[in-house]
Design a protein around this ligand. Sequence first.
Ligand SMILES: NC(=O)c1ccc[n+]([C@@H]2O[C@H](COP(=O)([O-])OP(=O)(O)OC[C@H]3O[C@@H](n4cnc5c(N)ncnc54)[C@H](O)[C@@H]3O)[C@@H](O)[C@H]2O)c1
Length: 358
Amino acid sequence: MIKLGVIGAGRFGTNILNTFSQLEREGLCELSAICDSERQVLEAQVKRYNARGYLDYRQMLETEKEINAVAVSTPDHLHREPALYAAGLGKHVMVEKPLDVTVGGCREIIEACREKNVLLQVDFHKRYDPFHLSVRQDVMEGRIGRIGYGHAYMEDKIVVPRDWFRGWAHMSSPVWFLGIHFLDLIRWILQSDAKTVYARGRKSLLRDLGIDTYDWVSTTVEFENGAAVSFDMSWILPEGFESIVNQGFKLVGENGIIECDSQDRGTRVSYGKEGVMTRNPVFINERIDRSGRIKYSGYGIESIADFVYNLVYLEKGGSLAGLSGGITALGEDGLESTRMAAAVHRSLESGKAETPER
Ligand SMILES: NC(=O)c1ccc[n+]([C@@H]2O[C@H](COP(=O)([O-])OP(=O)(O)OC[C@H]3O[C@@H](n4cnc5c(N)ncnc54)[C@H](O)[C@@H]3O)[C@@H](O)[C@H]2O)c1
């Protein structure tokens, strides 16, 4: 039986816990234990999910020896240590994006997992969005021809760095927290790694609020296959914007153009004094099932469920090699997106084009 531990049970950890406990009800796994270093968070989640709780992941993994896989959902800059520790004990690991905020950290995690022959997966859920999958299919089949250029954007409302992650937003950036999703997605669609990046950004609005990080970063990435794609990454959209996130992309090839609005999927609502809001129900959707429980679906769930499906596949004798080349973002994919994001930050500092670190 697959026995799971979750390290970091905050806002997104809750989504992981919802997914794992849903799959537990389906008999695919068991949610054994939860770790969060904040007592209040831990106590609430332990009660809600009926699992054993630990303030320290080392203690959790030393005590709960039967746990064979963990999900790491600590803040962006705190993935490395728990991931290394779990891998060192031979546990399969899923890490929230970014795999790590350093290229060296990613390599260490990959190496630790390779040494123990365990799965290392990164939660890049944009790959599972059905709209994105259809774009990828078109590109893979050559319908729009050789891609020349494109543009992608991911932008959050200012409440995200200012209110949600006030404690650690200064250790992250709109590149690490948001942009990395699209850096991975476009790389995956193009099937090509980054060659050079050139970035511009500004620290102003958030710095004035006491949060020392970039408001926005705009970068151009030249890929090995010659395509040039620009990325706008920001987390200062006004509170009145129609959704918590704005996101999408376009790609232009020698035989066509594809545009994808990844935020506005066609539903517009307005009630009371609220302005018009748009929804993205294919991200995380809730409905009540026959037993009266909430049933979660959508690409934000599927991407996490894919970790459990991969564990089932391995348990039945599948090989790690059999997982490469598919939809799953493996350690190497996490490394490639971090190479891009780290080069973006270097370019912001140097003011010059930079090459991703080898
Ligand atoms: N896939 C996505 O779309 C998505 C969306 C949001 C966040 N995330 C990622 O998920 C991760 C967590 O983000 P969040 O929104 O849940 O943040 P959060 O601040 O709500 O939760 C992080 C939790 O980790 C706990 N924590 C910190 N250090 C710990 C440690 N050493 N051991 C155990 N617990 C520890 C904190 O107490 C907190 O409860 C980030 O890397 C973020 O980028 C992914």
